[in-house]
Design a protein around this ligand. Structure first.
Ligand code: ZN
Length: 444
């Protein structure tokens, strides 16, 4: 965990939820992994007639096999679940089930509260509300997870048996509309069942008291027998990117030794996992050799350029890292995370001629993703370097809202109000922040 916190691209945000005694969750951000998950989710959202723009998937850094829907149109996937999948169709089955809860209106009680607060103070409110209002998805997709927030989940979130079965039915329908086999969902259920049998010492009480997993498996088995779609019809591109996503997650989340033992072959996914493993071991020449090999094979791949940039940056080679990010940005101009990474390096180089550009990228990124705490943080630094202290205080106010530090946010709002020019357009934003803070405080 600690190691990941220092990584630039896999930005980990610690979120402490409202209720006391709940352990903090850490979310993982990674441009490539997010793109892959979004690609697999899109056909299911279309099938469910949900606007992808109003929907978001968050990745939680947690080894347990779990997923849940919360706070309106949000799905949370544990990295442990993603790593456990061996085929994109399995992940799609899980996501389809969670979309089933959203489409079925099982989360509406939270909607009112959360939709108004677009950033929700942010994830803390989302997850805090999910915990207290009770809408977690344990029964469907839980395994013997003993870490993370599973205790909270067991005690506080549950859907009814009827809701679970309706989410399963909806999932089967979405998969069918998306021309996907239900086999992956069946396989995931089986993985969960086996785990609960094998590790009875850690078995989730919720699973014990709601033994209808058997019944749910049989519904899905039935669907598999009658479907016209085969798992083997999955597009090769999905299979390849899914495999690559697992390799990257393994590289970042497993110990380097384990990664190097698992990934020995010459194929690109193995190179990718090894590049990350060597990087984590601070073996720069070896990491660079692997990533250069990847770039030789796929020179137009934005995420290989980004990874090379990350490796160089984290070894303190900022000037070498910058062109890598610039290349990645050229290939994925809309991506906010890549822009934040690039701007961070531009500011780190301390070359005045790059400051304006860095600020521009950070403004783009925070506009697109207002919950990007890294984006706001570096924007405040950029403004500070330009001597725009009122603007820097404004960016720090946003940063603190995202991190749920509301008193500090208010302090920065007041500072900014004193420092900003009377005509500054940021004044209106300060009013927005105050309203948002008021709203979040009332929710608590
Ligand atoms: Zn469920």
């Amino acid at each position: 965990m600690q190691k990941i916190v220092t990584l630039l691209l896999m930005i980990v945000i610690s979120v402490t939820s409202f209720a006391r005694q709940q352990p903090a969750l850490s979310l993982i951000r990674d441009a490539e992994i997010e793109e892959t998950v979004e690609m697999l989710t899109l056909p299911l959202l279309q099938a469910a007639k949900i606007d992808p723009k109003a929907f978001r998937i968050y990745l939680i850094n947690d080894k347990s096999v779990n997923a849940f829907a919360a706070g309106g149109q949000n799905i949370f996937l544990h990295t442990g679940l993603i790593q456990k999948t061996t085929h994109p169709n399995q992940l799609m089955g899980v996501i389809a089930h969670e979309i089933g809860h959203i489409a079925g209106g099982h989360l509406t009680r939270m909607d009112d509260a959360l939709s108004k607060s677009y950033r929700a103070g942010l994830l803390g409110l989302l997850i805090g509300a999910a915990a207290s209002v009770a809408a977690r998805d344990v029964s469907g997709l839980i395994a013997g997870g003993v870490g993370g927030m599973s205790m909270m989940q067991r005690n506080l979130f549950r859907f009814t048996r009827t809701q679970e079965s309706s989410a399963d039915q909806a999932a089967l329908m979405f998969l069918k509309t998306a021309k996907q086999s239900p086999q992956g969902l069946m396989e995931i259920f089986k993985i969960l069942k086996d785990q609960s049998v094998m590790s009875s010492g850690f078995q989730d009480p919720y699973l014990r008291t709601h033994p209808f997993i058997e019944e749910r498996v049989s519904t899905v088995v039935d669907a598999v027998e009658h479907t016209e779609f085969k798992q083997s019809d999955t597009p090769q591109k999905w299979i390849d990117t899914h495999k690559r996503m697992i390799a990257k997650l393994d590289g970042f989340l497993m110990s380097p030794g384990t990664t190097l033992r698992k990934y020995k072959s010459d194929d690109s996914t193995a190179c990718l996992a090894r590049a990350v493993a060597y990087h984590k071991r601070h073996e720069l020449p070896k990491a660079k050799k692997e990533v250069d090999e990847l770039l030789k094979r796929s020179p137009a791949d934005p995420y290989y350029h980004e990874l090379k940039g990350q490796i160089l940056f984290e070894h303190g080679k900022l000037k070498e890292a910058l062109p890598c990010y610039q290349q990645a940005h050229k290939l994925r101009p809309e991506n906010a995370l890549i822009r934040v990474g690039m701007a961070q390096i531009m500011l780190g180089i301390e070359d005045k001629s790059l400051q304006q550009e860095a600020i521009g990228h950070l403004q783009f990124a925070t506009h697109k993703e207002p919950d990007s705490d890294q984006g706001w943080y570096f924007l405040s630094i950029g403004f500070g370097r330009e001597g725009k202290i009122g603007e820097a205080a404004y960016a720090l106010a946003e940063y603190n809202v995202v991190n749920n530090k509301l008193d500090e946010a208010l302090h920065q709002v007041r500072r900014s109000q004193k420092l900003l020019a009377p005509t500054s357009p940021y004044r209106r934003k300060l009013e927005d922040i105050k309203r948002e803070i008021d709203y979040i405080k009332r929710q608590k």
